[in-house]
Design a protein around this ligand. Structure first.
Ligand SMILES: [Zn+2]
Length: 194
């Protein structure tokens, strides 16, 4: 089963900072919607009064000199660094980046593919993208007497079920493949050669 990308991002952040409290993670999560990416190494985070912010905007940027993310809240008006700890603006940016990565991964994702031959006089359906063609090379009287189809199902769910007229006529665990491989299999299926 595919896990929720947001949950995965939160778990990744928690794993990277095991010493941080639940409230630190929670505040990062609350700020997630306030993060705007300017560049890969520069973000703007809107301030929130209820989280103790006193400015409308905070800039968070990657300092290659220090090898860490910095935030404008680390500086006083005199340009002095106030803290060494990781603020939740930075935490929100780190969460945002992990979330983005998790989303991309989920999109690339894996799918489950199953192929079968089914006899069906009714409408064929499946819990996924369904591809159907006659099982025989040529459509003749035999086909009309007992219509038999080859089906290919690409599903997000591992357990693939094919129905004929609402009744399950085939079910199995699909083969887990990357989405690109599934597309290749679909193209091959429609070429008509095995
Ligand atoms: Zn900050």
């Amino acid at each position: 089963m595919q896990r929720d990308p947001l949950r995965r991002a939160v778990e990744a952040l928690r794993a990277d900072f095991p010493g941080k409290s639940r409230s630190w993670i929670k505040r990062a999560l609350l700020r997630l919607g306030d993060v705007k990416e300017v560049r890969e190494d520069l973000y703007v985070v809107e301030g929130r009064r209820e989280l103790g912010d006193w400015k409308p905007l905070y800039q968070v940027w990657w300092s290659s000199a220090e090898g860490r993310w910095l935030c404008t809240c680390y500086y006083t008006q005199f340009g002095l660094k106030r803290r060494r700890d990781i603020c939740t603006h930075v935490a929100a940016v780190m969460l945002y980046r992990r979330y983005k990565k998790a989303l991309e991964k989920a999109e690339r994702g894996v799918v489950y593919v199953a192929e079968a031959v089914v006899d069906c006089r009714g409408r064929i359906s499946a819990n996924g993208e369904l591809h159907v063609k006659p099982a025989a090379d040529k459509i003749d009287l035999t086909f009309f007497a007992s219509p038999r189809f080859r089906v290919l199902v690409v599903s997000r769910q591992r357990h693939v079920a094919v129905k004929c007229g609402g009744y399950v006529v085939y079910e199995a665990d699909g083969e887990e493949v990357p989405l690109a491989v599934a597309k290749f299999l679909v193209a091959k299926f429609h070429e008509g050669k095995d």
